[in-house]
Design a protein around this ligand. Structure first.
Ligand code: UD1
Ligand code: CA
Length: 500
């Protein structure tokens, strides 16, 4: 742990954090506020707030404006919104935030300003900046970076001794200044009194007609105050202003996350096509094949084999399970279970140890007991299936009667035939069997065999209107009853016949 954090604990030394996030993000061309666009499973703003949280700020103020209700709705309890009605520049935004914190009577001696659109910044870099600020006693400590292409950023203008003189924005810079590759990242630590004073004196006589926060730097230098640059890594400090930069930031974050997992013992066959959100946890010796995406609160057990082509959202995968070409959301997959290829697990699917969900199988709100199998072409919805069960190919748990969902159960050791329909709610007892093509409408006792009843199809006229009154189905049936019978002249023509 670094100086900043341990000092905060030991001496009560604290800072306030100001996050600027009111901008329209015009260059995104989006209805969504820029800072709410996600990478790695979290909004740009959430990444910034996550990076500052370990500094244990006394206060965290987030300046909101464009789309503010949406932004405020995402803020953690530890961050307070400060509304900027008009976007009058980063300096104006910072002033509103600092004065709002002062009005609450809890403004420490140091303020860390950070922009809501720099999602790749790490806590370690912020701690390094704050440590330098305290060590040097500077009035302002700026995080800078060497950008291969500095276009769009404010440039750090140093004198012949290497001391920072001022920051000049792209739009206001001369040709020579634009050639400077050292950029202002937007992250800076300030002594509070000097910052408040500097912010009050900002002007907007520049190309954008805005109050620029970095203009306080030139004012500090003119007053003979110390301004210290800390050079960071452009890979961390890149700002997101448009969707090209959003994709670049997402890719950089992906590489950082995957590098961390590979170093901890996870195999990633193709990092370029593997996407893992920040909140995901992966145990050592798991293997991720190409095109695997792990989102939300997904966790992967040791030795699990995932992919190719899997999307897992908020899903728990047990040790040594195998999941191939599957889409899973809100599911729990047991140890050594096998899922896929081409499986769809929906919320509430719980697959037991060593169980199998095979090809073209959909499972929703259903438990499949240990070592049970649903190998082929089936829908299992709203069911509790015991251990050591085999469900025949092409089986449907008909859970929906048109109005309500109903649950069915299958007892341990039951073996059901191919192409069954279980008309829920229905219970198949332990060790029971069913024949191929059975439509199970009544409970099957333990150990019994149920076979198709045979007989001609029965059609009960007017059933929907009597049994499902008031439903859309009943209304459609009633309307159809008022239509004249279609003439019986739609025999296939010869050419239509040939096309089949
Ligand atoms: C800003 C800096 C530039 C720096 C770059 C780093 C200024 C004037 N320029 O430029 O020196 O190199 O970031 O990425 O500070 N915001 C508000 N209210 C406003 C204006 C902006 O809250 O009135 C917020 C935006 O939402 C954004 C941040 O401040 O999160 C930066 O604003 P943006 O317009 O992106 O500034 P840049 O042009 O990128
Ligand atoms: Ca920006």
């Amino acid at each position: 742990m670094s100086d900043a954090v341990s000092d905060a604990e030991a001496t009560g030394w604290r800072l306030a954090v100001v996050v600027l996030a009111a901008g329209a993000g015009t260059r995104m061309r989006s209805d969504t506020p820029k800072v709410l666009h996600p990478i790695g499973g979290r909004s740009l703003l959430a990444h910034v707030l996550d990076a500052v949280a370990p500094l244990e700020p006394a206060e965290t103020a987030v300046v909101v404006g464009h789309g503010r209700d949406a932004v405020i709705a995402t803020l953690p309890d530890s961050a307070r919104p400060v509304v900027q009605q008009e976007r009058r520049g980063t300096g104006h935004a910072a002033r509103l935030a600092v004065e709002a914190i002062a009005a609450r009577g809890n403004l420490p001696g140091t303020v860390l300003v950070i922009f809501g659109d720099t999602p790749l910044l790490t806590t370690a870099t912020l701690e390094r900046l704050v440590a330098a600020h305290r060590r040097t006693g500077a009035t302002a400590t700026l995080l800078t970076a060497e950008a291969p292409d500095p276009t769009g950023y404010g440039r750090i203008i140093r004198d012949e001794h290497g001391a920072v003189r001022r920051v000049v924005e792209q739009r206001d810079a001369s040709e020579t200044e634009r050639a400077v590759r050292e950029i202002n990242t937007g992250v800076a630590a300030f002594e509070t009194d000097a910052l408040r004073d500097g912010l009050k004196r900002l002007r907007s006589d520049n190309a954008a007609g805005e109050e620029y926060l970095p203009d306080v730097v030139a004012a500090f230098v003119a007053e003979g105050r110390l301004v210290v640059p800390v050079v960071g890594d452009i890979a961390e400090t890149a700002g997101v202003n448009d969707r090209v930069q959003l994709a670049a930031a997402a890719a950089a974050l992906r590489d950082r996350i995957l590098t961390g997992w590979m170093r901890s013992g996870v195999s990633v066959a193709d990092p370029a096509t593997t996407w893992v959100d920040v909140g995901v946890v992966i145990s050592p010796d798991a293997v991720l094949l190409p095109n695997v995406q792990l989102h939300g609160s997904t966790s992967i057990g040791t030795g699990a084999l995932l992919g190719p082509d899997c999307t897992l959202i908020d899903t728990m995968v047990g040790a040594r399970a195998v999941v191939c070409r599957a889409h899973c959301e809100g599911a729990v997959i047991g140890e050594s279970a096998s899922v896929g290829p081409f499986a769809y697990l929906r919320p509430g699917a719980r697959i037991g140890r060593g169980a199998k969900v095979g090809a073209y199988v959909e499972v929703k709100a259903a438990e499949l007991g240990d070592h049970s199998k649903v190998p082929h072409l089936s829908y299992v919805g709203d069911a509790t299936i015991g251990a050591d069960v085999n469900i025949g190919a092409g089986t449907i748990f008909a859970n929906y009667d048109g109005v309500e969902k109903n649950r069915s159960t299958v007892g341990d050791g039951a073996k059901t035939g191919a192409h069954n329909t279980f008309v829920a709610p229905v219970n198949i007892g332990a060790g029971a069997y069913t024949g191929g093509g059975t439509v199970v409408r009544h409970d099957v006792p333990p150990g019994a065999l149920a076979v198709p009843g045979g007989g001609p199809q029965r059609t009960i006229e007017g059933w929907t209107e009597r049994k499902r009154p008031g439903t859309r189905s009943a209304a459609a049936a009633a309307e159809a009853a008022t239509q004249p019978e279609p003439p019986d002249d739609h025999q296939p023509t010869e050419s239509a016949e040939r096309e089949r």
